[in-house]
Design a protein around this ligand. Structure first.
Ligand code: B3K
Ligand code: ZN
Length: 899
């Protein structure tokens, strides 16, 4: 029963929904914000002096002011120097309203907060030895009374006063004063010359060490760069610093964006709800996204550091200089910035590999979100709790939407558009409409229809058919688009979709001449064409096609869609070896693999044993060719060899058959391992395990392929191979190879592997127990073990010294590792996994609502399972729903899932 159904008094009723259509400009604006933080053990006193004035753009001159505020103890409040009494203001739900406010005034509030007790990790809180903040989206209201909305931008001056046991005192902007006080205390004052919304405010106080460097900007200014960490982590900052400098240079070269302050700081904290935060001049990072060194960090970890450092740095322009008018516009900064960081990573490493990784994430996690109860457009129309909308859709699909704009406009026009956008809106809080308008104005393109990508949720489907007229030498592609209904909209209008294509003939790519088309001046490559699909159904005719081609469709995944064309196995084998689009070679390998797995799944569903499952010779030969093709990028070989994941197979299914997916996929992998053993062993043996570790694209690629082959070989259960794997675990000089070997030992059911897994896990913990981020890897490898009995182990690990139920990284490693990344075990044992997850949510609901709500994701998918699982999952959602004091975060996700 919901709060509404229970007839509760108004204050306890269901939390209220906020709508985009209700947006109104703020009544007051804040010229300057002067903050003073007196931090004492157990309590912090915050004094805020705000210069307020009526917003000339408001519909009517306001005579009262409502400020946001949550969990604050008000000490005093004064308007223009006069202390206000109880009749001068009223408290509301997370707010205070000051009555009879004049045109312009100074408001001074003094409040007390308790950072030590703040387990939500929003606002000012304590992480291990330091104090830090997280204000986006609405955390600033937990610090002081304020207009905590992004369209109120103010100039901040911040003084932090603490005991000297916290020697480092930081905030946004430039240090303008510092000094000593009585009682062994000291202070620092920072001033940020750039107006900003409160969500970009940051403060740090702690005993921190730093590495320092400088960057000379394109106009010749020297910028000091500092990365602050706990002293023990000082040896793990170099990669982040290099990534930062590369990002700064790249943003100058690719977008013409120069950094604007004389100092840029990053602080790493252990307890952090997400990856990092782009506070002006003072980024605060989860340690997992800053710290990296070969002995402790995997290649994926190194790449994550590079990507997140770049992402947060790029926000300085896409987010900070030009910010969001309201939170419905979140994708304005997030989609654009993800697109920017993804292009940066593509330029730093391998473009095709990065694209494969991004698309894999998109079509497992984002497509699943689009198909579930929380589906929303990249610009949502409503929300209950904005924290729930930092989603795959807003971020990753948002980035795909920007990518499509770049594809449609072409490189030059896109850059003209972004230049105009930054120039026109510098210092403003704007909307996605403003962004698109700038691109239209700069390029002359009409993006009216394209804007449906911002307002319609759901993943469009493309049904593609073709015909070849040999006499006319014409080849036609007919594309039909549709989009399934989502909670906010049943009938979708056609999208404007760029469909990049090529045609493959017997000698490779064919030249493309589109019938009745304007000559294309921009592309020099006449074998690649972007078709613009705008109708529900459209036919594109190519002329002078001298042989029947195999189409290479949606090249580079040019649009976030699910597409289907009826390829034969031979077509796919051809594309896999001959397509000039590297992404589509991989795509063909995935479709081949998918067919093979689906066959095995059917056999499993029919009760056949998969013990000696065989795959078709053509498939084996296709993979053999890939393994032998030394011209191919090793990373691409690794990805081609990695069959579609269980998550992707689940996303594709109408009803998810957990066991069939797991067993079918495993059977195909094992069949390939048996058939390709000599080639796999050759690659594995050829790898030089003693070479010096490097994080170059080539070295990462070589490790990745070697470890994929190890994964296949370990399926054979052969003692010699198992010993080889254990030897890799023991002797590797880097964490990528150590973890790869450990993962294989842990997941193999061969008795020898199990025995070695136990000893290796013990050894690993002994060795790394003092490195928190490494311990997280140890937790997740166990949580993700596919063998039976994992839930019991996870429960036991919750009481292990390695686990800390308050630390989001540990929760993600152990709890999410099991519930979100171990389907075969999460869905086993008559719902024990579901109950376990619900227990965790109930516990976290009050402690850290935003983490609780994120953890819920696997249960929200309940309608995709068979009826028995559906009822077990639903029962747990209902159990959560019945809890008293449900946070807005959890309430929104559970109620929408049950609707
Ligand atoms: N902007 C932050 C995310 C804040 C999430 C608040 N719940 C990090 C980022 O996207 O760069
Ligand atoms: Zn971001």
């Amino acid at each position: 029963m919901t709060a509404v159904e229970q007839n509760l008094p108004a204050t306890e009723q269901a939390p209220k929904t906020i709508y985009l259509k209700d947006y109104a400009v703020p009544d007051y604006l804040i010229k300057t914000t002067d903050l003073r933080f007196e931090i004492y053990d157990g309590e912090t006193v915050v004094s805020a002096m705000l210069q307020l004035y009526r917003n000339p753009a408001a519909a009517q001159p306001a005579t009262q002011l409502t400020l946001h505020g949550a969990n604050l103890e008000l000490v005093s409040i004064a308007l223009n120097g006069k202390i206000l009494g109880e009749g001068d203001y009223q408290f509301g739900d997370e707010s205070i309203t000051i009555l009879n406010t004049p045109e312009e005034f100074t408001l001074i509030t003094i409040t007390k907060i308790k950072p030590e007790q703040n387990t939500s990790l929003e606002g000012l809180y304590r992480s291990r030895t330091m104090y830090c903040t997280q204000c986006e989206a609405e955390g600033f209201r937990k610090i002081t009374y304020y207009l905590d909305r992004p369209d109120v931008m103010s100039e901040f001056t911040t003084t932090v006063v603490t005991d000297k046991k916290y020697p480092v005192l930081l905030s946004n902007g430039n240090l303008i004063d510092q000094g000593e006080q009585e009682n062994n205390r000291h202070y620092a004052t920072w001033h940020d010359p750039f107006k900003k919304p409160a969500y970009l405010f940051a403060l740090v106080a702690g005993d921190l060490s730093c590495i320092e460097d400088t960057f000379t900007t394109c106009s010749g200014r020297d910028v000091t760069l500092k990365i602050f960490v706990e002293p023990k982590d000082l040896d793990k900052c170099d990669h982040a610093m290099t990534s930062l400098k590369n990002s700064m240079r790249w943003d100058e070269e690719v977008y013409g964006r120069e950094y604007d302050l004389n100092i840029f700081m990053i602080v790493a904290v252990d307890d952090f709800n997400m990856g990092a935060m782009e506070n002006k001049g003072l980024n605060i990072f989860n340690t997992s996204c800053v710290l990296a060194k070969p002995e402790t960090t995997t290649d994926a970890g190194f790449q994550r550091v590079e990507g997140v450092v770049a992402h947060e740095y790029f926000h300085n322009w896409s987010g900070n200089r030009v910010t969001c008018r309201d939170w419905f516009q979140l994708s304005l900064k997030e989609g654009f910035t993800v697109y920017r960081d993804s292009e940066f990573s593509a330029d730093m490493g391998s473009r095709t590999v990065k694209r494969v990784e991004d698309v894999t994430l998109l079509r497992t996690a984002q497509f699943a979100e689009d198909a579930g109860p929380m589906a929303h457009p990249i610009r949502p129309e409503s929300y209950i709790e904005i924290s729930n909308f930092y989603t795959m859709t807003v971020y990753e699909k948002g980035a795909e939407v920007i990518r499509m704009l770049a594809t449609l406009l072409g490189k030059e026009n896109f850059r003209k558009g972004t230049d105009l956008y930054f120039d026109r809106h510098d210092g403003q809080a704007v909307t996605t409409e403003d962004f698109v308008k700038a691109l239209e104005d700069a390029s002359g393109f009409d993006l009216t229809q394209f804007k449906r990508w911002y307002s319609q949720a759901g993943t469009p489907r493309l049904q593609i058919t073709d015909s070849y007229d040999e006499d006319a030498q014409e080849y036609s592609l007919t594309i039909k688009q549709s989009c399934p209904p989502t909670p906010e909209c049943a009938n979708k209008l056609p999208f404007h979709i760029p469909v990049a294509v090529g045609l493959i003939g017997s000698g490779g790519d064919l030249p493309l001449a589109l019938k009745n088309a304007e000559p294309d001046f921009e592309t020099s490559d006449n074998t690649y064409k972007v078709l613009e699909l705008t109708e529900a159904e459209q036919t594109f005719v190519f002329e002078r096609v001298f042989e029947k081609p195999v189409p290479s469709l949606v090249r580079g995944f040019s649009a976030p869609v699910k597409w289907h064309y009826d390829y034969s196995q031979d077509d796919l084998v051809l594309l896999m070896s001959r397509d000039s689009d590297g992404f589509n070679r991989w795509e063909a390998s995935q479709q081949l693999g998918l067919h093979a797995i689906q066959e095995a799944m059917v056999a499993h569903q029919q009760g056949q044993s998969l013990a000696n499952w065989q795959v078709e010779t053509a498939l084996v030969e296709a993979y053999r060719n890939v393994l032998r093709d030394t011209s191919l990028d090793r990373a691409m070989v690794a990805y081609m060899l990695s069959l579609p994941s269980e998550a992707y197979l689940s996303e594709l299914a109408d009803v998810i058959d957990v066991e069939a997916i797991h067993c079918g996929r495993a059977a195909v992998r094992k069949a390939l391992a048996r058939a390709l053993r000599p080639e796999l062993e050759t690659i594995y043996r050829a790898y030089d395990h003693q070479q010096t570790y490097a994080v170059t694209a080539a070295a990462i690629a070589a490790r990745s392929l070697k470890n994929v082959t190890l994964g296949y070989l370990m399926l054979l259960g052969d003692d010699a191979l198992i010993k080889q794997c254990e030897s890799q675990y023991r002797t590797a000089n880097n964490m990528t190879d150590v973890m790869a070997a450990l993962t294989q030992l842990v997941n193999s059911d061969a008795p020898l592997a199990q025995q070695l897994a136990t000893s290796s896990l013990d050894d690993f913990y002994q060795r790394w127990q003092h490195e928190s981020l490494v311990v997280n890897q140890w937790l997740s490898v166990q949580a993700m073990c596919v063998l039976p009995g994992t839930l019991q182990k996870v429960k036991a690990l919750q009481t292990h010294a390695a686990f800390d139920g308050k630390n989001p990284n540990k929760i993600r490693a152990l709890i999410a590792g099991f519930c979100a990344s171990n389907p075969i075990n999460f869905h086993a044992d008559a719902g024990a996994g579901y109950q376990f997850l619900a227990d965790q949510i109930i516990q976290l609901n009050t402690q850290n609502p935003s983490i609780a709500s994120r953890l819920l994701t696997p249960l929200t998918k309940w309608k995709k399972y068979n009826s028995q699982r559906q009822s077990l999952m639903k029962a747990q959602l209902e159990r959560i729903m019945a809890e008293p004091d449900l946070s807005k975060d959890v309430f929104e996700v559970v109620s929408k899932s049950l609707a």
